[in-house]
Ligand binder design. Structure first.
Ligand code: HEM
Length: 173
């Protein structure tokens, strides 16, 4: 994908500048900071992914099928937004610590594109259920659409996780 390759090149001067800042130097040279940020990032992924998947499995009627979908969604979906903020903060600090590793790596931008898609699907599920608790139960077409959205949600979140891990193994441009 040419766009995913063009962004790392365009951002190279910024990445170089960021790597020379005082904050980047502190993150790079203080041994406990990067492992701590990575641990918080990974724990947050566990919370976010399990919250999203439990709602997706309820849409498929494979989990908590005796509870109304709106109750399951109300319990788990709101958790996602504050956790995303933690992921954003730890992710930004990891970037500041090693800017070249992510900002000049096309896999990082693939991850961000997948993340935008995952956020969109999650927001659609949450908005539709808060507007109408029976939204995904009204007729067969809606039920199928709900299951498609739930499947897309699981696959896209898996894609974000895969791309996140993959950053370490792909070439820096
Ligand atoms: C919200 C914005 C986010 C930013 C800015 C961000 C940024 C980063 C950065 C810079 C790394 C380090 C990559 C490396 O050096 O190898 C990373 C790792 C990772 N991220 Fe994120 N991330 C974000 C959200 C997420 C989300 C939502 C997920 C998954 C649901 C995720 C999954 C991962 C995974 C699996 C790793 C690899 C962890 C490891 O092996 O240590 N990230 N992320």
């Amino acid at each position: 994908m040419p766009l995913l390759r063009a962004i790392p090149l365009a951002i190279a001067p910024f990445s170089k500048w960021l790597a020379a800042t005082e904050l980047s130097h502190v993150i790079q040279t203080t041994t406990w900071i990067i492992p701590t940020l990575q641990t918080i990032h990974i724990l947050s992924i566990a919370v976010l992914f399990s919250s999203a998947v439990l709602v997706d499995l309820r849409i498929w009627r494979l989990f908590d099928r005796d509870l109304p979908l709106k109750d399951v969604a109300r319990r788990f979906l709101p958790v996602i937004w504050p956790v995303l903020l933690i992921l954003l903060t730890t992710g930004i600090l990891l970037i500041i610590g090693e800017p070249r590793r992510s900002l000049q790596n096309s896999t990082f931008y693939l991850k961000m594109a997948l993340l935008a898609a995952a956020i969109l699907v999650t927001a659609i599920l949450q908005w539709s259920l808060s507007a109408d608790p029976h939204f995904w139960d009204k007729g067969q077409t809606r039920q199928i659409a709900g299951r498609l959205a739930a499947t897309a949600s699981i696959l896209i979140w898996c894609g974000v996780i895969f791309a996140g891990r993959w950053i370490a193994y792909t070439e820096v441009g």
